[in-house]
Design a protein. Structure first.
Length: 336
């Protein structure tokens, strides 16, 4: 009796899943460094989600245009499978209608076909788009159109799911795809001034994900490893300081620590190619290993997908260097 009670208790706490380990790759050329390849091999990564291109709207041309298409090798690693990811901006949704939709779907299909080499093992395509209640109808129609395109036939179609889209399903709807990728990050207002963390907040994430076990799509899970620095001038958002590490801001004499994760520039300067003025504020945003572990445990207990892909964003060397293999393995293991 005691043993059976322990088994029941254990299964309630740790649902059994068959996990596929994955990573996002978000650069314009698919050229993993030796360090990146070593780390991914050590972790036993089985699937790479590769951003192929963005789809944006050109107002002068009055049509959608591809932005920064990736360059893929002719002979990719056959030891992993690949998921092409296409990012569609909200601007495109605003201009899309029943007249131009089939053209946009066809253009996406044509470019994916051109970019992806035949040797690439692909059984899924993913669309990344932050739709809302106002754009859901046109977005969902586009997804239906994509299903009928030649490259998509015989493959799973997935799309990214933001936290607000899970919490407010009545207004946001359910996309017509085979499964979703739940993005457990980018949950705050990046442009809002103050000591916030727009990448991740554990309590807020839990409040949004209380009912993911009732979400009608199978869900994979994407977890954040990335960090960034956000620049404000006169408390107004100026942009992300790309390729500037949070540790550089914290250690530099150029900045004075205001409070929490806010740092103010002490004099006018050009730093890492960015023009900074005295009193500009940089907000450092990062996610601790413990918080990633905790949201992993929380989502695991509510996950109904028995064979989830657990995917980290992203696989660049600097990001990988912040976490040990032991830490990443432990997060993966929590889903098994």
């Amino acid at each position: 009796m005691l043993m059976s009670m322990m088994c029941v208790f254990s299964s309630c706490r740790h649902p059994h899943h068959t996990v596929t380990k994955g990573f996002y790759y978000w650069k314009t050329a698919y050229k993993p460094t030796a360090y990146e390849e070593k780390r991914l091999n050590e972790l036993g990564v089985q699937k790479m989600y590769v951003r192929l291109f963005d789809v944006d709207w050109d107002e002068q041309l009055h049509r959608s245009v591809p932005v920064a298409p990736v360059h893929l090798p002719e002979s990719p690693d056959t030891g992993v499978s690949y998921v092409p990811v296409v990012f569609i901006t909200q601007k495109v949704l605003g201009f899309m209608n029943d007249t131009n939709m089939s053209t946009i779907a066809g253009s996406i299909n044509s470019l994916i076909t051109t970019i992806c080499p035949l040797a690439m093992h692909i059984d899924e395509v993913q669309i990344d788009c932050d739709w809302n209640s106002n754009t859901k109808d046109v977005y969902f129609k586009l997804l239906q159109q994509l299903k009928g395109q030649t490259f998509f036939k015989g493959k799973l179609l997935s799309c990214t799911i933001r936290l607000h889209q899970v919490k407010y399903t009545t207004s946001n709807g359910i996309p017509p795809v085979d499964k979703g990728m739940l993005m457990c990050y980018s949950m705050g207002d990046l442009k809002k001034y103050g000591p916030y963390n727009s990448i991740f907040d554990l309590d807020e994430a839990k409040s949004y994900l209380k009912h993911i076990n009732t979400y009608p799509l199978k869900l994979d899970i994407a977890l954040p490893l990335f960090r960034w620095c956000v620049l404000f001038h006169d408390e107004k958002y100026k942009g992300i300081l790309h390729d500037v590490q949070t540790t550089e801001v914290k250690r530099s004499d150029l900045f004075h620590h205001l409070s929490d994760n806010l740092y103010t520039c002490v004099h006018d300067t050009v730093w890492h190619g960015y023009t900074l003025q005295k009193n500009d504020v940089v907000r450092t945003e990062e996610v601790s290993y413990l918080d990633i572990l905790r949201i992993g445990i929380f989502t695991n207990r509510k996950l109904t997908n028995a064979t989830p892909n657990i995917v980290f964003f992203s696989s660049d060397s600097i990001t990988l260097s912040k976490y040990s293999n032991h830490e990443l393995e432990k997060i993966y293991h929590n889903y098994q």
